[in-house]
Design a protein around this ligand. Structure first.
Ligand code: XMP
Length: 538
């Protein structure tokens, strides 16, 4: 057995092996909230391939039945490592199944939702059960399982029961191996975080030393070592991920990081100027703004198909970016440097997704990067990828942004798609129609901010319908644009519901848009949910 090298991680790490539960990432989250670093890897991970030694291991839940053919199983070597192990739901069943094929069977009824758990304070030997230390004897927990444990595996005793599960919690009599049928990682288990703390801190002995400041120090040191004297390029959009990633690069290598902002003519009101101001004046980042708006808008003439718009914008973006890269490379080479790296703002959920043993899902991934930019930069130009945010969740990136002193308006900004207003101007994109959408959007968003609603909404914008509608203005008949307002509530952007504005608010927005934006005759509000609708209209 290879001995994992624990010098790779500077802090104690709990390894979470993912069996495919939709909640697995929450285990990582909860532990990090406790300042314990946790890394999630697919359940197919072999111990021999792990380059560091975890302080403890959590086996997650999963949608399978342990006894099914093809069900995933943990590398048995992890049980020989001698570190504490906690199995959650499927993880519990996996622990039991390894020790007896008839320990787990399909339950007669699925147990889904709240259950009242009774914890056993002492085991048969009179030892205090450490997993439930500090919790009440009776706690509410959340269950979601069909299979159940019907026998206690050899060497284990029961540490918790529910009305339906005699073995809702089990522990090995001599080894630090625990299993629980419920999910401590979901907020529906109110004491779940305490239990995870008991496991990670008290049982595994992990130090609660993971902080954002330490993360930054380590990441900066890592970037410096990785990059050496080379130069790094990165596209920025003004969004929180690319801005925080850029700031981190600036802290690490100063002006050897070159940020490029491409104005594609489809940005929001004053957006380019604001991004320029923030990145250069406030954050001191070495930024080049390329105004390619005419090229983009000329190329969009006559294009009405949404996919064609996306393809054109993506392709043109790469052309403009590459031309800029050549200029930067020439300037850098002139002074004896070399551009060898390309910055990408990959976040932890993307890493998890691509590491999942189920394989990357076909969800919203295609949107994530501007038209395949990283692929062409790394394959075409032979640049290596650098991803300083790959260990962070979105709200951790926001926290980092706040710690860097980035303005809260930018840190909490709603997402904005790469193709910008072009996919919100339905039908043909003309400079005039973009301008109408831009002004209407500005009014809508400003009014949302003034009403204190911005942070309650996940994403809001104004779009233009492809057809015009008749109206009367000042006794004159007009045939003018229809503005569609959209605002949604969502946490993951995979499903969403329309935000419920007071009727009076929408009326005020409509009145202002029609009065102030020339060329608009009507304002509509989109009440559809995703699915079946999407958040963007094209
Ligand atoms: P949909 O419209 O698929 O959007 O419900 C989900 C999220 O993805 C964003 N989105 C994009 N982002 N390029 C991007 O960078 C795109 O082409 C793109 N299309 C959609 C959308 O704004 C929402 O946040």
């Amino acid at each position: 057995m290879a001995v994992p090298d624990d010098s790779v991680h500077q802090w104690d790490t709990i390894l979470t092996l993912d069996f495919g539960s939709q909640y697995t990432h929450l285990i990582t989250r909860r532990l990090r909230e406790l300042n314990v670093f946790s890394e999630m890897l697919p359940c197919t991970q072999k111990l021999a391939d792990l380059k560091w030694k975890p302080k403890g291991i959590i086996l997650s839940g999963g949608p399978y039945s342990v006894y099914e053919e093809g069900a995933p199983h943990v590398d048995p070597a992890f049980f020989e490592l001698g570190v504490p192990i906690l199995g959650i739901c499927y993880g519990l069943q996996e622990i039991a199944y390894r020790l007896g094929k008839d320990n787990v069977v399909a339950g007669t009824a699925r147990e889904y939702g709240h259950a009242d758990l009774t914890a056993k304070r002492l085991d048969g030997e009179g030892h205090v059960n450490r997993l439930f230390a500090g919790l009440e004897d009776h706690v509410k927990v959340w269950m979601s399982h069909g299979d159940k444990l019907v026998k206690l595996p050899e060497g284990f005793h029961t540490i918790a029961t529910t009305q339906n599960s005699e073995y809702a919690g089990i522990a090995h009599e001599t080894k630090p191996i625990y299993g629980i049928q419920f999910h401590p990682e979901v907020t529906h288990t109110p004491d779940g975080t305490k239990l995870l703390k008991n496991f990670a801190v008290d049982i595994c002995g992990a130090k609660q030393n993971w902080t954002m400041a330490k993360f930054v120090d380590q990441e900066i040191a890592r970037i410096r070592k990785l990059v050496g004297d080379d130069h790094v390029l990165g596209a920025v959009s003004g969004g929180v991920d690319s801005t925080v990633a850029a700031k981190l690069m600036k802290e690490a290598i100063g002006d050897r990081f070159h940020a490029v902002l491409v104005n594609n003519g489809c940005m929001r009101l004053n957006e380019c100027e604001q991004v320029h101001e923030t990145l250069t004046k406030h954050l001191g980042i070495n930024l080049t703004v390329v105004d390619a708006s005419k090229e983009f808008l000329d190329g969009l003439k006559g294009v009405t198909d949404p996919e064609q718009k996306r393809k054109f914008i993506g392709g043109k973006f790469i052309d403009v970016f590459e031309a800029q890269v050549e200029k930067i490379e020439a300037a850098v080479e002139h002074s004896g440097g070399k551009v060898k790296w390309f910055l990408q703002g990959t976040l932890y959920p993307d890493v998890i997704e691509s590491l999942s043993f189920k394989g990357p899902s076909a969800t919203i991934k295609t949107h994530h990067n501007v038209g395949g930019l990283p692929k062409r930069m790394t394959e075409g130009q032979g640049l290596k990828l650098i991803e300083p945010l790959r260990e962070l969740f979105k709200d951790e990136v926001r926290q980092l942004g706040r710690e860097f002193g980035i303005h809260p308006d930018l840190v909490n900004r709603h997402p904005f798609p790469g193709p910008g207003l072009s996919i919100r101007v339905l039908g043909e994109v003309t400079p005039e129609r973009i301008e109408i959408a831009r002004k209407a959007d500005h009014i809508f968003i400003s009014m949302i901010r003034e009403a204190g609603l911005y942070d309650k909404i996940a994403q809001a914008y104004a779009a233009l319908d492809p057809t015009k509608a008749v109206g009367v203005m000042g006794d004159k008949r007009v045939h003018a644009e229809m503005v569609i307002l959209r605002a949604v509530e969502t946490t993951d952007f995979m499903t969403a519901t329309a935000f419920n504005f007071p009727h009076e608010f929408i009326t005020r927005v409509a009145t202002r848009i029609i009065n102030e934006v020339h060329g608009v005759s009507r304002v509509l509000y989109d009440v559809s949910s995703k699915p079946p609708a999407t958040i963007e209209m094209e």
